[in-house]
Design a protein around this ligand. Sequence first.
Ligand code: OXD
Ligand code: MN
Length: 586
Amino acid sequence: MNAELDAWISEIVALCQPQNVHIVDGSEEEANTLIQKLIASKTFTPLQRPGSYLARSNPDDVARVEERTFICSERQEDAGPTNNWRAPKEMRNHLIELFQGCMQGRTMYVVPYCMGPLTSPWAKVAVEITDSPYVVVNMRLMAHVGKAALEKLGASSFVRCLHSVGQPLRAGAKDVSWPCNPQQTTIAHFPETGEVMSFGSGYGGNALLNKKCFALRLASCMARQDGWLAEHMLIIGVTNPEGEKKYFAAAFPSACGKTNLAMLTSKLSGWKVECVGDDIAWMHWGEDGRLYAINPEAGFFGVAPGTSMASNPVAMKTIERNTIFTNVALTDDGNVWWEGIGVGKGIEEPQHLISWKGVDWTPASSEKAAHPNSRFTVSISECPILDPSCRAPHGVPISGIIFGGRRSTTIPLVRQAKSWQQGVFFGASMTSETTAAAKGEVGKVRHDPFAMLPFCGYNMGDYFAHWLAQEKPGRHMPAIFYVNWFLKDSETGAFLWPGYSENMRVLRWMFDRIDTRVGAEDSPFGYLPCVKDIARDGKESEATLHKLLSIDKAAWHKEATELQEYFKRFGNALPDILQSLASPGQ
Ligand code: OXD
Ligand code: MN
């Protein structure tokens, strides 16, 4: 195999003391054996939909835990003010103690995986070692795992991702369906040595280390060094009625509708959206001076609640088969259910379910049937609107970058940056009301620059500078936009914009702006659409559109003052231009 990998496996066997070692080959046969094992351990319940299973986690292991996630760079200032930092040596010693003997009685899986199309020059191979078969079957859907990845790796070095659920099975002990160790959960990144060590959680981004840990936190450090961008962005292709196509990349904080936008079904006749990815984009500059994006993932790990035939019919089709559901509710006929699933289909709320906690649930229950951060894991090849260039080795050319957040006030429906610098400022100034994707209070406005707050592996001030430095002579800079689908009427509290498939009307404006086929109002806040240019569907009044597209100067002034204060935390690392663009009235 690979001498470095051999040596690492021996080292981890000595440390974690597993009962067996299994090198994952990525075959169907192997997947079937693992699934049988997960059924036998009651981690998986087979569902009445082909190739699909339900897993229920421990109720204390349901989301990413940002307060237990660390960047362990040699210098604290390289982690910056938005990350938890520990000195690498101190953290390594702490983790080595935790990992000592932690896989006793369990099988240790070695999962070589490739992020990005196997034939792409931008793809990267890494290896995750884990004692969770649940992680292995999920990773199989999210990345190219096994032999093909090993072949691509050859004798090269690789990023080492070590994961354990942190619950050894001592002789005679009975296993549980979701082993974990929430009290000791620690997710540590070592950007300078290319390592991730994660202990104690089996859930999502804490355990599927290929996703947030590698493809964002470590990759963002690699990207800074090598002049590219690793971003928390979906990628879509938009085609107009004339058959012209443009690709957009869009960054939104967790659970703000990224998957819905990535799979949008257009209601505007002749317009079409196709999906390249729903969460992460790796972007490199091509020889022609354009920015090209690949999706490093091979699958979706989407939030289930709220997904319905009304909000995202494409996702509903994508998850009809071969899907792992985690923490959704189970119907009496062996299918899945979550809050909002029936919208648009007229399905009535069932009278009885087994909730995500595995207990009886009725409409009178005070708790939700599905956990708000319950998820589906499914291969991207199940998506019926997969873009034909989804696996293009050099990626797709990006014409527009969209930033956005969930804000009930202040931020208008859409505006366009007047320059790359102002666009970078848009990204840096992103704020959003928090959701259930991370542990903590829901509904609070927090700064989430570029939707990278939990995912940037280095000093965010340096990250802003890296974005500004992308503008160079000879490059065709993508247009940059900022959207907010979530404005509410201050009197009624109702959403002002219908969202979902209606967002196509905003995409259309952006598409046409890129070719300057449509005008805009010039303002210090960017270019704003003229009301007449947002195709009306007769649902909202002109007055509503005015509300959606206007700027409340007093609220903006408050926002800008607060933003200037926020920016101060980056100290000298903050590029001066961003502080001056934050000045009220700029
Ligand atoms: C995700 C997230 O899981 O952003 O994609 O939290
Ligand atoms: Mn995400």
